[in-house]
Design a protein around this ligand. Sequence first.
Ligand code: NAG
Ligand code: NAG
Ligand code: NAG
Length: 378
Amino acid sequence: MKDRVGWRAAGPSPEASCWTGVRRLCLKGVFKRSRLYVSMAAVSFLIFLVLSALYLPDQAATERPLPEVTLLIWTHPFGEYRALPDCLELYQVSGCALTDDPQAYPQADAVIIHHREIAIGEADLPSEPRPGAQKWIWMNYESPTHTPGLWFVEGVFNLTMSYRTDSDIFLPYGYLVPRGRKETVRHGAGFTHALSNSSRPRKRFVAWVISNWSASHARVGFYHQLRRFIPVHVFGAAGRPLQRGEGSVARLLRRYMFYLALENSQHTDYITEKLWNAVQAGAVPVVLGPSRKNYERFLPAEAFIHVNDFPSVRELARYLVKLRGDPLQMRRHLDWRRSYSLHQPRFWGEHYCMACRAVRRSTGRSQTVTDLTRWFHS
Ligand SMILES: *[C@@H]1O[C@H](CO)[C@@H](O)[C@H](O)[C@H]1NC(C)=O
Ligand SMILES: *[C@@H]1O[C@H](CO)[C@@H](O)[C@H](O)[C@H]1NC(C)=O
Ligand SMILES: *[C@@H]1O[C@H](CO)[C@@H](O)[C@H](O)[C@H]1NC(C)=O
């Protein structure tokens, strides 16, 4: 997953099957040509042989069955128990036995360890020495600012799993899937939603949902400036009450034109459900987080408004007011939606299944994570 370029690449790994599909097409092309130009038959046959030689070993490699693996979930993140998923049924990931029973440690092929509980001393790392080929996976979805104690787990992990595109196991908070691609099954049936271009005009203007109000966060300073110029409806602990339950934020945002998707801290690839809730609801996100370029790894340039697009907060406010009165220009920020579906991975079941799939694929390979702290802060 390293060195990915372009936002489209921000979804998890493309399958090898596309590649073999292309090769099959190539072969078909070869047959046609040999029929049309009989004199070229010999040449075509040669090409066919060459392509077959390329094609067959590859196919044999992809069809070699991967071993079954046992993945041990060391702690339930944040101490919240959740039933473990059926990876085959939900994500078409086979060969995975998930368990949260520590007794399984000696047999586990991999242990997935959520950073928080280790860092704050709620749980210990598994005991050393670890069984032979066992892999320890570091899993964390908080930003570096809210990830204490990294030094403590330096040099013990084999794989990383996080929202960062350059993680060994990359699963972001959300990602777009071009529509028309046969994707829904692999990305979890029922968790992928086609985006509408929300043609119904919205009466309400700007919303912000904030649960952790802290004066030390850049987002609070931004809000104080913005509300000098335009009204902002604030929801959550620091504002109007918010309905509890899944999907409540997205439901609320469906009535708004804009949503302030302001991250609690600004770091590489740290783009959370705040953005994706707005995208799901068809409210244009106004983002404060990593750079515009970084956001563009995840979604089209016109799909969001970046606070740094403007020389001042006043100019940003002016632009939002202008869009409110100009449906044609507003459409520019929404039209892209027709071509995409949105997938928001389920915490944490989907994470376990994707981790398990990665462990199966990396069987027999030794890996260690070096410089975890420096990498995660970079
Ligand atoms: C949404 O799409 C339809 C056609 O698919 C178009 O007629 C309509 O103008 C679009 N609305 C917006 C707000 O982009
Ligand atoms: C709220 O923000 C403060 C300041 O950054 C941080 O120390 C604290 O951990 C945050 N609380 C939660 C629940 O995220
Ligand atoms: C996992 O990482 C540890 C610590 O760096 C290392 O000793 C071990 O050999 C690694 N195991 C595998 C299977 O990569």
